[in-house]
Write a protein that binds this ligand. Structure first.
Ligand code: F6R
Length: 617
């Protein structure tokens, strides 16, 4: 979603802001803008619908003009993507500039009040309302200063926001605030950076403050960083963190797209997820987050997994894993539905939230509800110190490294790896997974990175060829059974997200209850059919498809005969225990989605309308 970059220091603010916005492109956006405070303390603003390149085309002359400024990539919520709705927005008197990520829910009421007071609006955005509210407070109380007016205004709004604000009469001062949307402050030597995450400033400093919920900060070279609570202006001591992020991690490293890089990183990312946790020689899984609360899990009425999108698919596989090995009842819910359906939650429930970004607003809201009701909250996040990671009682990071491609790939397989470790650990503790089976499963899990490597090298070229045949296709079905039913859902989601081809995933047996009506010679069906896991039943499903002339792309184990003989395309993956097959089978499905999208000329890393971290409900 929207990205924010701000800078004050000795470097060219234009370069820092533009390069920073490029780093945040992965978040998804439809317009971009910049404001600089020039040497006469006047604002220079450029903004446009489109990409950062379009912004550069209209703003090049601002280069070298200022050492302080801020920029924004907008993901439209209130008002269509347009030049007018792009950020920054200026107050009516032209003295205050704001960039904003999030939604001001009561903007309409405030807009009515301001309109009655004579304010006018150029855009349809909630953000322009906020910047005028700041002006309103300054006009009303000439004795208050700019940061105070920002604080007054923030106390009047509800919703979610991360903001950065400049005032022409307060040269060199950046005021930032956060509630619900992330904001990091990079601390350099005689310079400060502001950004939605640390990627825009990682090459300049390794020190950052992650602004906490409900906090604001006034930043200037003279005064440093002054952090206050928004509600009562209490002073907060900044907690400076050391960044582990490196520049290489957020660059493409020779790959054409981040998504391809991230698909190929999976042998390493899955290994990193297990590092220090899976100790095969000692026959143990070390997970402090689980172990410290193991009785809570063991005695739970049930585990409720809440997540969205790809993370929800990981949750569905988590249900299969935890119920099979730990024999604890599991429910999996879309966070957005869970929150609004008055769910029954007690203090005997354990809620697991899965989120790559750790910032997803729906998941966050659902978690807050579960917490209020006394449930124990466990987080599985990729982004360290993210909002969800911070509000959970305990958790496990996936350690997959930064995922920049909007379509989730390596975070998904890392989530599956964590869920597998949790299921095995709880199973061992509960006595529902015997020692011999535990030992054999963990040895197999330890070798999964190798299996992924094999899949990547044996299928990469073949999938490029297969993909060429489906560039013009408009529909796809994905089928799987058991553990591979969620893998089918995930395969379909990947395809639709980046290629814009309509795709649906189904449990293979459900086909006969409806989707079979769609099958004819024009319908490609991806079917995941590993040896272990209802293979005979899948063979029957494939026969049903064949009889209706559907085009079968089968993902099978090496040496498979029955399904392969009927399939039009055969993609072979190594044989594993059923519980590991979604990890291995997902890899060719990611490649298939990727190459079909590439051959269709789609913007794979930044698909239209999508955002990497969905910070609005
Ligand atoms: C799919 C995708 C989205 C996310 C979803 C949840 O490729 O990226 O469906 O999985 O928005 O995001 P997180 O995991 O950050 O909570």
């Amino acid at each position: 979603m929207c990205g924010i970059v701000g800078y004050t220091g000795f470097q060219d603010a234009y370069d820092i802001v533009i390069n920073g916005l490029r780093r945040l492109e992965y978040r998804g956006y439809d317009s971009a803008g910049i404001v600089l405070e020039d040497s006469a303390n006047k604002f220079e603003v450029e903004k446009t619908k489109g990409k950062v390149d379009d912004l550069v085309n209209i703003s090049k002359e601002l280069k070298g003009r200022a050492n302080i400024g801020m920029g924004h990539t907008r993901w439209a919520t209130h008002g269509v993507p347009s030049d007018r709705n792009s950020h920054p927005h200026l107050s009516n008197n032209g003295k205050i500039a704001i960039v904003h990520n999030g939604i001001i829910e009561n903007y309409d009421t405030i807009k009515t009040m301001l309109t009655e007071k004579g304010f006018t609006f150029q855009s349809e955005t909630d953000t322009e309302v906020l910047v005028n509210l700041i002006q309103y407070f300054m006009d009303l109380n000439p004795e208050i200063d700019f940061p105070t007016a920002v604080r007054y205004a923030l106390n009047e709004v509800y919703g979610a926001y991360a903001i950065t604000v400049l005032h022409e009469d307060y040269p060199g001062v950046l005021v930032v605030g956060r509630l619900g949307s992330p904001l990091a402050i990079g601390i350099g030597d005689k310079e400060y950076f502001i950004a939605s995450d640390a990627s825009p400033f990682v090459e300049f400093t390794k020190e950052a403050i992650y602004l906490e919920e409900g906090h604001m900060a006034t930043i200037s070279l003279e005064q440093g960083v002054d952090i206050r609570t928004i509600n009562d202006n209490s002073k907060i001591e900044p907690e400076i963190q050391k960044l582990k992020l490196s520049l290489e991690q957020i660059e493409k490293g020779g790959y054409e797209h981040f998504m391809l890089k991230e698909i190929f990183e999976q042998p390493k990312s899955v290994h990193d997820t297990m590092r220090g946790r899976l100790l095969v020689d000692e026959g143990v899984i070390k997970m402090a987050g689980i172990w410290d609360h193991v009785e809570r899990f063991k005695n739970a009425n049930r585990i409720i997994i809440i997540a969205c999108g790809t993370s929800w698919h990981a949750g569905l596989i988590g249900e299969y894993l935890i119920e099979e090995y730990a024999r604890i009842p599991v429910e999996v819910e879309y966070a957005s539905e869970f929150r609004y359906r008055n769910p029954i939650i007690t203090d005997k429930d354990v809620v697991i939230a899965i989120s790559q970004s750790g910032e997803t607003a729906d998941t966050m809201a659902a978690l807050k509800l579960a917490k209020e009701k006394g449930a124990f909250i466990y987080g599985i996040c990729n982004v360290v110190d993210s909002s969800i990671a911070r509000i959970t009682d305990a958790g496990s990071y996936t350690h997959a490294g930064p995922e920049i491609g909007v379509a989730s790939t390596k975070a998904f397989t890392a989530q599956l790896t964590i869920l597998t470790l949790i299921a095995f650990k709880l199973g061992k503790h509960n006595g529902t997974l015997g020692n011999a089976e535990f030992m054999s499963l963990i040895a197999e899990l330890d070798a999964i990175p190798k299996r992924i490597e094999e899949v990547l090298s044996s299928t990469h070229e073949q999938i490029q060829q297969i993909s060429k045949d489906f560039v013009e296709t408009t529909n796809f079905l994905y089928l799987g059974r058991g553990y591979n039913y969620p893998a089918a859902l995930e395969g379909a989601l990947k395809l639709k997200e980046i290629s814009y081809i309509h795709a649906e995933g189904y449990p293979a047996a459900e086909m006969k209850h409806g989707p079979i009506a769609l099958i004819d010679e024009n319908m490609p069906i991806v079917i995941i059919a590993p040896k272990k896991g209802h293979y005979d039943k899948i063979v029957s499903n494939v026969q049903e498809i064949k009889a209706r002339k559907g085009k079968i792309i089968a993902v099978v184990n090496k040496g498979d005969r029955q399904v392969s003989e009927m399939a039009d395309y055969v993609i072979e993956i190594p044989e594993t225990s059923e519980c590991f097959s979604p990890i291995v089978a997902s890899v060719p499905l990611q490649l298939l989605a990727y190459y079909i999208a590439v051959y269709r000329g789609a913007n794979v890393d930044q698909p239209r309308n999508l955002a990497k971290s969905v910070t609005v409900e």
